[in-house]
Design a protein around this ligand. Structure first.
Ligand code: UDX
Ligand code: ADP
Length: 452
């Protein structure tokens, strides 16, 4: 089987950028991304400035490949039928109800996607799990494919995504590793080879690791858990610094200078956010519990608990500095996305911290250069406090006019360039408390600068 057509189901943060790069690097292959959300497909086909995903460098890649060998289409059935290789890049949020609610992954999108693949396939296919899935999901996908199709062979591979939002294109261009898990059978090995060939168009062979399916699935959860653990470790120490007079920035440099530890993922923060870390750790915890490994489950769960504690602690710090009374206090929130250079606000610490500030009576003015105020309101709504009438105290902030709001507090939530490069001396900050949730402005001369 020669791979001439690739179909990717799911045009989100993973599917969109990943397929754009595959198309760019493999001009001989036609890559079509489909999605159940027609609006999303429309905007992928629309003006480059308003693609559904904001990611530095993405626009340029789409510009070059779109219409050449990269297509975005509403036709799920036709594109499944016409492709030899199918990527599943649908969302796998944490389950909201039923068994494992609040912890296990909701696989309903993956299941419905597998049913579509079974229904519309007329020839053998290689099916690739791209979304982060709990270990042993491949088995479930296999069952669904088998039950819903006749005389068609599906080979399932796991090829987890390690890109980080904000640097996705660069991560895809220069991946430090590509992981491909497949069955140790003749057909399994053949399928692995096909996918290795695709990545070999731009990734050096030694960086493409092949494993069995379960190792590949678990490696994704474990990598994210380890990264998140480092952030929770440094954040837990920031709490201790506050009590002892040690400086977390200095501590972070001192620890990170040990080559065995290294400097990455040791930046203290308002707590990690994003669609992966919390979800993947909860998945890992759930998996351990299922196997009766309660101590192991508890060990990893603690990473999340410290993250929640860090968010709480930061909100408490703000409230305390205003003498426990935020009533009528005008506070600017800089950064709504879970980190800089992305328009993704899933699990952003801003949501949780703002919720606390609003409950304490604050009037918030929110800014983020990469996402709209409508998205902020949608997030607040989804976190179910619109009924509490708290949303009435949420306003947009025009950053160019920040001096005109009579602010009493400014809170830095992410390290967006705009904020780090702003000449803060231009503002009269003498009567404003400046809470730096990233210690990002520690080199600026800011009076009343309250760091982590
Ligand atoms: C992560 C993984 O990095 C990536 O490999 C995986 O495939 C998907 O999940 P992502 O969620 O996009 O990527 O962002 P990442 O850069 O890892 O940051 C996650 C969160 O941790 C952000 O909120 C970030 O601000 C925070 N963070 C990161 C810190 O608080 N301190 C740090 O030192 C690093
Ligand atoms: P991720 O960060 O994992 O890429 P997103 O939510 O950004 O998550 O993207 C997942 C996409 O998958 C969404 O655009 C959603 O509409 C799409 N999707 C989910 N289920 C299906 C399905 N069964 N068929 C087609 N598209 C789907």
């Amino acid at each position: 089987m020669q791979i001439k057509n690739i179909c990717c189901i799911g045009a989100g943060y993973v599917g969109g950028p990943t397929m754009a790069v595959i198309a760019l690097k493999c001009p001989q292959i036609k890559v079509t991304v489909v999605d159940a959300n027609k609006e999303k497909i429309k905007s992928w086909n629309g003006p480059l400035k308003s693609l559904p995903v904001y990611e530095p460098g993405l626009m340029e890649v789409v510009k070059e490949a779109r219409g050449r060998n990269l297509f975005f289409s509403e036709d799920i059935a036709g594109n499944i039928e016409n492709s030899e290789m199918i990527f599943m890049a649908v969302n796998t949020p944490t389950k909201k109800e039923g068994d494992g609610a609040g912890m296990a992954a909701d696989l309903s999108f993956v299941e419905s996607c597998a049913k579509d693949i079974a229904k519309f396939s007329r020839s053998d296919k290689i099916v690739i799990e791209k979304s982060t899935l709990p270990v042993r999901t491949a088995e479930k996908i296999k069952e669904i494919l088998k039950e819903n199709s006749k005389n068609i062979h599906f080979e399932i591979l796991s090829n987890p995504e390690f890109l980080a939002e904000g640097t996705a294109i660069n991560d895809l261009f220069k991946s430090n590793r590509v992981l491909i898990g497949g069955d140790d059978t003749k057909t399994g090995k053949k399928a692995i080879k096909k996918l290795v060939e695709i990545y070999s168009n731009w990734i050096p062979k030694e960086k493409i690791l092949t494993t069995n399916v379960w190792s590949s699935e678990l490696a994704k959860l474990a990598s994210n858990a380890m990264l998140a653990q480092r952030i929770s470790s440094i954040n837990s120490l920031s709490a201790l610094c506050q009590k002892t007079g040690a400086n977390i920035g200095e501590l972070s440099i001192a620890i990170g200078s040990d080559q065995r530890i290294g400097p990455h993922f040791l930046q203290p923060s308002v707590g990690f956010g994003g669609s992966c870390f919390q979800k993947d750790i909860l998945n890992l915890v759930y998996l351990c519990k299922n196997y009766g490994l309660n101590e192991v489950a508890e060990y990893w769960h603690q990473v999340i608990k410290i993250n929640n504690h860090q968010r709480d602690r930061f909100a408490r710090k703000i409230i305390k500095h205003f003498d426990e009374n935020l009533k009528g206090k005008k506070i600017a929130i800089l950064g709504w996305a879970f980190k800089e250079r992305t328009n993704d606000s899933r699990e952003s610490s801003s949501i949780y911290i703002c919720k606390k500030l609003l409950k304490n009576g604050a009037e918030l003015f929110i800014h983020d250069p990469n996402l709209s105020f409508e998205k902020v309101i949608e997030d607040i709504d989804q976190h179910r406090f619109s009924n509490d009438e708290l949303v009435k105290d949420v306003n947009p902030l025009d950053f160019n006019k920040i001096s005109e709001y009579n602010l009493e507090g400014i809170v830095l939530m992410n390290n967006e360039h705009l904020y780090l490069n702003f000449d803060w001396k231009k503002l009269d900050l003498d009567n404003i408390l400046f809470f730096d949730g990233r210690n990002g402005l520690k080199d600026h001369e800011i009076p009343n600068h309250i760091c982590l």
